[in-house]
Design a protein around this ligand. Structure first.
Ligand SMILES: [Zn+2]
Length: 60
């Protein structure tokens, strides 16, 4: 499993997500950022920043 916390991007936000693949985490994070933080569609630079923050977790 992969996990990503919005807070890791320096945002005061408790949202986090988990998914089985990095691609899915990116998709969830993009949806969240657009809806909750009024961010535009992610560009490659933004995706790379998030990839840096995605962590591996043991599947429960
Ligand atoms: Zn957030």
């Amino acid at each position: 499993m992969k996990t990503f916390c919005c807070r890791d991007m320096g945002v005061d936000c408790d949202w986090s997500c988990r998914a089985s693949t990095e691609q899915e985490v990116l998709r969830l994070a993009e949806g969240h950022a657009r809806k909750e933080h009024q961010m535009p569609e992610f560009d490659e630079q933004m995706r790379n920043k998030i990839r840096d923050k995605i962590q591996d977790v043991q599947a429960a």
